[in-house]
Design a protein around this ligand. Structure first.
Ligand SMILES: [Ca+2]
Ligand SMILES: [Ca+2]
Length: 331
């Protein structure tokens, strides 16, 4: 009796152990099945993506604050159930939508829309699929940095006169025909003086914010070329007046292409070749007759000697007569 009971309880324990063992196996198998389903999800939604391909995230542009500019924003979008449209958001506000590829937008930037010089702009694209689902791209940032104001056009005017003694009735001939030239910010402007020695150049570019001002080059056959720097600085647009013209020194014999920007013995030698001639002589050259008195003689030699051994750097600096404070740009 006792033994049978003992055998029976042993049997029960064995059955219980077998049950526990079976349950453990079952639990282990279902756990394994669970973890397998997490690592390899079965796609249930259509395959879609949308992303901004241009500009690149964290890229930047530099521009002048007073000249608005634009750049393209390009979006790539795909959906296995078809793309109905692509919307582009700028700083959270919808700026446009496209119903067909290529999904390209143009962002127009104006520096006048804020009070700061530099901006970070945020762009995000959203694709709406044919089945009405919404897919959003990552948000990209584009930096826009101000280089300050761009070049602005100014008018440069003034008077030029030969720096030598001459009979007043030769003034019109002697004052006219000085070439005034500048190449500033890639823009060339050329003017010539009239019979009063007056010239006017329009559309000369300067940039007061960056402190880059045009240099004006004044030249004429047989005159020493002169440069006037920093035109436009401090309101220095009228560079000289009729009463105080910019003086040009005669004596650098030759043309624009042959002058060496120096008055020296070579020039005197050239003048001597035409010495003691008048317009009826074969060797007479009107350009060497500096005072235009119809004779190349000792007067002309003295004119050369008065600025002998000088170069273009020997001219005194032309300074603004009435300096005015530089304008302060307000973005
Ligand atoms: Ca010379
Ligand atoms: Ca003469």
């Amino acid at each position: 009796m006792y033994c049978r009971e003992k055998r029976t309880s042993l049997k029960r324990i064995s059955l219980l152990l077998a049950f526990i063992f079976a349950m453990s196996i079952f639990a282990f198998t279902s756990m394994a099945a669970d973890s397998a389903s997490v690592s390899t999800p079965v796609p249930t939604a259509p395959n879609s993506y949308v992303r901004i391909t241009e500009p690149l995230d964290k890229s930047y542009y530099s521009t002048y604050y007073n000249s608005g500019f634009n750049f393209p924003v390009k979006v790539s979008a795909y959906s296995s159930d078809g793309v109905e449209k692509v919307e582009l958001y700028h700083n959270g506000t919808k700026m446009g939508e496209r119903f067909e590829a290529p999904y390209e937008f143009t962002y127009y930037h104006s520096f006048h829309h804020g009070r700061t010089w530099n901006y970070t702009e945020y762009f995000q694209a959203v694709a709406i699929t044919k089945s009405g689902r919404t897919v959003s791209s990552d948000t990209i940032t584009v930096g826009i940095y101000s280089m300050g104001p761009g070049p602005t056009p100014i008018t440069v005017e003034g008077y030029i006169a030969p720096g030598l003694l001459y009979n007043p009735d030769k003034g019109e001939t002697l004052k006219s025909g000085f070439k005034v030239y500048t190449s500033s910010w890639g823009k060339e402007v050329t003017a010539y003086t009239d019979s009063k020695g007056y010239f006017k150049m329009e559309g000369v570019l300067m940039n007061y914010y960056q402190g880059v001002f045009p240099t004006i080059v004044i030249s004429k056959d047989n005159y020493l070329t002169r440069e006037v720097r920093n035109v436009g600085k401090g309101g220095f647009n009228v560079i000289s007046t009729s009463a105080a013209p910019i003086e040009m020194w005669a004596g650098d014999i030759g043309t624009e292409n042959t002058q060496d920007r120096a008055i020296n013995m070579e020039d005197i030698v050239k003048l001597i070749a035409a010495f003691n001639t008048t317009p009826s002589d074969e060797n007479y050259d009107s350009g060497y007759d500096f005072d235009q008195d119809q004779a190349i003689n000792m007067q002309d030699i003295l004119i050369i000697i008065s600025h002998f051994n000088t170069t273009s750097q020997s001219y005194p600096e032309v300074l603004p007569s009435t300096p005015t404070p530089m304008p302060t740009p307000i973005p």
